[in-house]
Design a protein around this ligand. Structure first.
Ligand code: KE4
Length: 429
């Protein structure tokens, strides 16, 4: 595969941008290769500067539930741009967007728009602290909630991939209030709560973890979490930046039937543009400025272009709930094909899937938390990634990420992927 132009661009990029990328996990560092520079996306495919075309499963790290450049999002943006890009004033579409989110996600009574998942999660923690007048919070090893200082303690995603789960630059003071529990282990949560009585403001969790690879929470664990947060008056925050509108029209909370106090959103909610949001009980949300004393703000929050794309995405979900059956069918078909390949090679690699987000781990043990996920052979994942890329299949360039199926992936795409998966596995093991 000719990658000459990408190579040249990467050399240039490294002169001006740290590591040549604007987000670390794009650098292909953990898969022993160099990134490809993409020029155009179309449905389930995208193309790089050298003209190589791929069936791709990143979907911009989650936003593209409908594949690249769906007509209804493109048209919404073209219409919006006629009126300008940003006013810094309230607009009607922000009202419609907030209303739509409260309709799709019943636990959300009020919602505030921001510009990224990180802004959403850091604002939710500040709000929970302001509301409870407590300072500590619990996160889970391997979960990633964006790059606010106090989250970068045993974090997942790029932090885990690049071996910096606890980042330099995070002060002891910041880290002191971050308590770490084990995913799917309610006893580890109870221990922290009893040794920090009445000091914990929030528990934040990815109800379906997608940043240590895909690891679903167990129903009894999430139920236990809900119960203990209610009894201890701790704010339960579901970080649904990735699972929101991905695993159902009302995210993981809709799938599990468990209501958090606050939810954070990102990715799909922006239809491919920079949007995050956090919402939940009005009693808590009304603590936010200008209503209440907890400050939070953003120049481009609720930006008209981002709202146009995000609203088009969520409206499509509201009008076409059947897409989740289609996504389930496609993802199940792909998962089955991959599992058959693994079995045919007398291997038992773990595969986790929730709806259209899935992950194959290069470990033969069940993966249900951080400790089991990190047993995966990341070097082997790198070889597998490169083999798949050579066959025109573009996966997440890191073991501890998710593979996303979109409504745009055709049966032909899936069959090609299953065939490539068999050849790639045979080549590397
Ligand atoms: P952003 O600030 O990247 O929009 O969102 C942070 C975030 C928060 N919560 C969850 C559950 C997330 O998955 C993310 C971001 N996900 C990663 C992918 N694993 C973003 C990709 C990247 O860092 O480039």
């Amino acid at each position: 595969m000719n990658v000459e132009k990408s190579k040249q661009l990467f050399e240039e990029a490294k002169k001006y941008i740290p590591g040549g990328v604007n987000s670390p996990v794009r650098a292909f560092k953990s898969v022993g290769s160099e990134p490809l520079f993409i020029t155009k996306g179309d449905g389930s495919h995208f193309r790089d500067v050298d003209g190589n075309e791929f069936i791709e499963y990143i979907g911009s790290w989650g936003p593209h539930l409908f594949g690249h450049n769906p007509p209804f999002i493109r048209q919404a943006l073209l219409n919006a741009i006629e009126n300008g890009t940003s006013f810094g004033t309230p607009t009607e579409l922000e009202v419609r967007m907030a209303e739509l989110i409260t309709q799709l996600v019943p636990s959300v009574e009020k919602v505030r728009m921001v510009n990224s998942g990180t802004e959403a999660t850091m604002s939710a923690i500040r709000l929970a602290r302001g509301y409870t007048k407590r300072e500590k919070f619990i996160k889970f090893e391997g979960c990633y909630h964006g790059h606010a200082d106090y989250f970068l303690i045993k974090a997942g995603s790029g932090a885990l991939t690049l071996g910096v789960p606890t980042s330099p630059g995070v002060t002891k003071g910041n880290a002191a209030d971050t308590l770490l529990a084990d995913y799917n282990d309610i006893e580890s949560v109870k221990k922290l709560i009893s040794s920090n009585k009445n000091e914990i403001a929030a528990v934040i969790i990815e109800p379906v973890a997608g940043n240590m690879g895909v690891v679903p929470s167990k129903k009894e664990f999430l139920t236990g979490l809900r119960e203990i947060c209610t009894s201890e008056k701790i704010v339960l925050i579901f970080d649904e930046v990735m699972s929101g509108f991905r695993v159902s029209a009302s995210g993981a909370q809709g799938l599990y039937g468990i209501q958090p106090d606050l939810t954070t959103f990102g990715k799909i909610i922006g239809g491919g543009l920079p949007v995050g949001a956090f919402g939940g009980k009005a009693e808590i949300m009304d603590m936010l400025a200008p209503n209440g004393p907890v400050y939070q703000a953003g120049t481009l929050s609720g930006n008209p272009l981002a709202m146009a794309a995000g609203y088009a995405a969520l409206k499509h979900i509201k009008d076409h709930p059947e897409i989740y059956d289609k996504l389930e069918e496609k993802a199940f078909y792909l998962e089955k094909g991959m599992k058959d390949n693994i079995k045919a090679l007398n291997k038992n690699y773990a595969m986790n899937r929730v709806g259209s987000m899935m992950c194959m781990f290069f470990t033969e043990e069940t993966v249900e938390d951080f400790k089991s996920a990190v047993k995966s052979d990341t070097a082997l994942y790198g070889k597998y990634f490169r083999e798949m890329l050579a066959q025109g299949i573009y996966l997440a360039p890191a073991q501890f990420e998710a593979m996303f199926v979109s409504t745009a992936h055709s049966k032909e795409d899936l069959d090609k992927t299953i065939k490539a998966h068999h050849l790639a596995l045979s080549a590397v093991i």
